[in-house]
Design a protein around this ligand. Sequence first.
Ligand code: IPM
Ligand code: MG
Length: 363
Amino acid sequence: MMKLALFAGDGIGIEVTKEAVKVLKYLLDLNSINYEIEEGLVGGASYDAYGKPLTDETLKIAKDSDAVIFGAVGGTKWEPLPIELRPEKALLGLRYELDLYANLRPAKVYDDLIDASPLKKNIVGGTDMLIVRELTGGIYFGQPRGVEDLPDGSKKGFNTLVYTTKEIERIAKIAFDISMKRRKKVLSVDKANVLESTELWRNVVANVSKSYPEVELSNMYVDNCSMQLIKQPTSFDVIVTTNLFGDILSDEASMASGSIGMLPSASLNGKKGMYEPIHGSAPDIAGQNKANPLATILSVAMMLRYSFDEDNLADYIEKSVENVIKNGYRTPDIYSGAAGLKLVGTSQMGEAVLSELKNAVHV
Ligand code: IPM
Ligand code: MG
């Protein structure tokens, strides 16, 4: 029995999770896999109903489940709220409370989508990288933090970038383990020339690498990495980095793939995981049937692979997405206007994946 939690959240989170769940249910029913899906409100939706972005009830649903499917949170409406009540706190709270320290963000370029990338074809073609982002530490959660009054009447805002050996070791191990199944290259990204905590990061990663003699480890400063991601995205395989650097670099890497609407993610602690598209709630297009559901559909594939060892089912979904793209279906974010392309909405894209899946499963 798969115990799943479904937190659609706000904005396009609602539309994209709907398509992903449709695809998932079809596949599970077809394969007679039992599942249970419990829904919960998170983010702005939860704030509107209960006055806070993450309630104990929702957290309990997450804790009691094997995996969480998450849409997106946030919206202009909730921006004026104090930081602890903002929708984003739901996401951060779930990550922290479930100790989902390993965030996997694959960024690959589909050959048929090369035109959708703002980068030149000859530069992005063949890009296939995985960003392993530390997700429960660093400056996102470090203490002390806050905004204080100064004697002169002005204010002081501060956050703390902190990493312990143990935190670095566990995320480094994840990166090396995964790299063994890929091209056996790990790049650790830090700012060790300026920040002591990331100098420790670099040293601990080097230490962990001794247990992986087959894997080639290299290091790069984050500023240089952000440049190289644009200059030669194909040179990257596994990137392991801190919470904040991983947040920024993964958005940047998404541009190689054409659209942030294509990028799935898994946030893991062992088999337990939360699966979400890396894009946000996109209030500007919410409710208009314009959002790209593929990142969420691909996140569900990651769920089948990482939480349930259903590699075949994950492959089916990934193959179907590839075929749908090959067949020219495009939501606005990946539509180039080229001849032969079919501009579709969120639900039609979901349907297209579903019918591909039906073909694939029956061959
Ligand atoms: C992400 C998002 C979140 C983050 C926000 C919404 C809190 O940008 O998942 O990348 O900063 O981690
Ligand atoms: Mg981000």
